[in-house]
Every structure is written in C-alpha cells, then in structure tokens.
Ligand binder design. Structure first.
Ligand SMILES: Cc1ncc(C[n+]2csc(CCOP(=O)(O)OP(=O)(O)O)c2C)c(N)n1
Ligand code: SF4
Length: 278
C-alpha cells in the first residue's frame, strides 16, 4: 500500500478488504467489523500504522475482512503475537481480537498476563458464550444450564467467568463492555479504548444465532450501566459483581505503568546477540 493511498483512509469502508465476511446471517461479528472500521476512520489512522492480530474461530476471521496489516494466527495465541508485535514495533496501533473460547479458554493465561503487563494494546473479545467455529461447544462464558451442546446435554454445571471481573483482578487499565446491536456505541467505545494508553479490554456481547438462537433476545436485555466509568478498582469490582453481565459501557479506566520494550528494535544480528548476552 503506498503512503498516499494509506493517508486517505478516513472512510470506514477504506479499512475493509475485498474479502466478504462468510459469517452466518445475523452473526454479531458483522457489527464488530463495522465498529472497528468506523473507529479507525474517526481517528483517521493510516492503514499501514494499524495491525489486527487474531486467533482462530469465527470471530478471529475478522482480520481478513479488513485492509489492515494483520495475522489470522493460532488458536489462543492472539495476545502473545500482538504483544510481540507491539514490543518490536511500538509505533503501531495494535488491535487484538478473537472469541471467548480463544481468549478465555486456551488463551486464558495470555489474557491474564496481558492485563497484568499493561502493554498498550486494544483487545476485543467477541463473546457469544460458545465455540462457534467448531459447532457449538460450551466455552468459559457459557451458562451452567445451557443444554444445547451435544457434548454437554445436561449443561456444564460450571459457573462461567465474568470477563470484566477477570480483567480487573488481573490488572487491566481499561475495561468496557459493548453490544454488537449498538455498533455506533461500540465504535465510540473503541475510540476510547484505542486512545487509552495501556491494556484496553473490550468485551463485546456478539450473538451466535446459529448455535445460540436464544441470544437474539439480548437486544431486549442489554442496557447501559447507570454509573459512568470509575478509576476505583473496588467500586468497579462491586459493579461487575452486582451486574448480570448485560450492562454496557466503560466500566473502569485508570493510568497504570505501561510495559514497554526496553530493548532496541534493531534487526541486525550482532545487536540482537549483544542484547541477549546474560
Ligand atoms: C490448538 C487448537 N485447538 C483447538 C482448535 C479447534 N478450534 C478452532 S476454533 C475453536 C473455538 C472457537 O471458539 P471461539 O474462540 O469462542 O470463537 P467463535 O468461533 O465462537 O467466534 C476451537 C476449539 C484449534 N484450531 N487449535
Ligand atoms: S457459527 Fe455463530 S459465531 Fe460462527 S459465523 Fe455463524 S453465527 Fe457467527
């Protein structure tokens, strides 16, 4: 992409690729794609200065539907790849995205340590409470009595994670919850998340009508948080615990020390070897 073309990318559609999404009709992930492109257009970020790194899953396909540099990577490892990229190319805006299975199950350890490390990344989990791509198994956010999966016909019986609570206790400095049924609100939240210096976590309630048709009712259940964002982790924890998981808004935002790569980003072997000498 030449520089001149890149600078002109201020229209949301300029951030989309020619590859049309293959998500099922009604999938919430369409709206997340639209929100990302709207937020980038609002911020007028040149395409070549943004990267979108994803894991594996229906939601993780999102990288290929944008014109950004990106990587549709390895299941559960999106944050590891995103953190590596940010360490090597700190000037880039790095977005990382994937599903609840990708980020909270196989990638759960990367998630808590990314929160703790507080690198300047924006991480989006498209939470449909299910493994969509592999045909509807329970995930770490599935309700214990959800009986639609053939693997768990009597439900899992296991209490789900509260992703926002997990992020808060692990040390994330920006935590928000959005809904794919409100793409403009989602785009505004993403602008805040990208502008925040540190690890920004955005959980998006993004229905999977194919395996969880009951999620089409979410639009009747979702509401905004009554209170505005706080920088008090105790207050934020209380709000998260008291909530049923359907309130949306920025929950917590605070300036914590940001982890930055202290090594040079040299690419010549001699410098790299010198830096790694113990
Ligand atoms: C190491 C590894 N384990 C398992 C899989 C199979 N697999 C692919 S996607 C996926 C889960 C996808 O669920 P989620 O991340 O919630 O995304 P969704 O498809 O719902 O958007 C699994 C288990 C894989 N590709 N690689
Ligand atoms: S299976 Fe579910 S998550 Fe995957 S594309 Fe279809 S609706 Fe979306």
């Amino acid at each position: 992409m030449d520089q001149a073309t890149a600078k002109k990318a201020v229209n949301p559609k300029d951030y989309k690729s020619e590859v049309k999404p293959i998500w099922c009709p009604g999938c919430g992930d369409f709206a997340v794609l639209n929100a990302i492109t709207k937020a980038l257009a609002y911020l007028e970020l040149p395409r070549e200065e943004v990267a979108l790194i994803t894991g594996i899953g229906c939601s993780s396909r999102i990288a290929g539907f944008t014109s950004l540099y990106g990587f549709h990577g390895v299941h559960g490892r999106a944050l590891a790849m995103g953190a590596g990229l940010k360490a090597a190319r700190p000037e880039l805006t790095v977005l990382v995205a994937g599903g609840d299975g990708d980020g909270l199950s196989i990638g759960g350890n990367h998630f808590i340590h990314a929160c703790r490390r507080n690198m300047d990344l924006t991480y989006i989990i498209m939470d449909n409470e299910v493994y969509g791509m592999t045909k509807g198994q329970a995930s770490p956010t599935t309700a214990p009595d959800w009986e639609q999966s053939k693997l768990t016909p009597h439900g899992t019986g296991i209490r789900p994670f509260k992703p926002a609570g997990l992020a808060l206790s692990a040390g994330a400095s920006f935590i928000a919850r959005g809904f794919s049924g409100d793409p403009n609100g989602l785009a505004r939240m993403l602008v805040e998340a990208i502008n925040h210096r540190g690890f920004s976590f955005l959980q998006v309630l993004s229905p999977c009508p194919t395996f969880c048709p009951e999620q089409m009712q979410w639009k009747k259940q979702v509401r905004g948080f009554e209170e505005s964002s706080t920088d008090d982790p105790i207050l934020a924890a209380q709000r998260i615990q008291a909530d049923d998981g359907m309130s949306t808004g920025i929950i917590f935002q605070r300036d914590y020390a940001v982890f930055e790569n202290r090594l040079s980003t040299a690419s010549d072997l001699e410098t790299i070897e010198r830096e790694f000498v113990l």
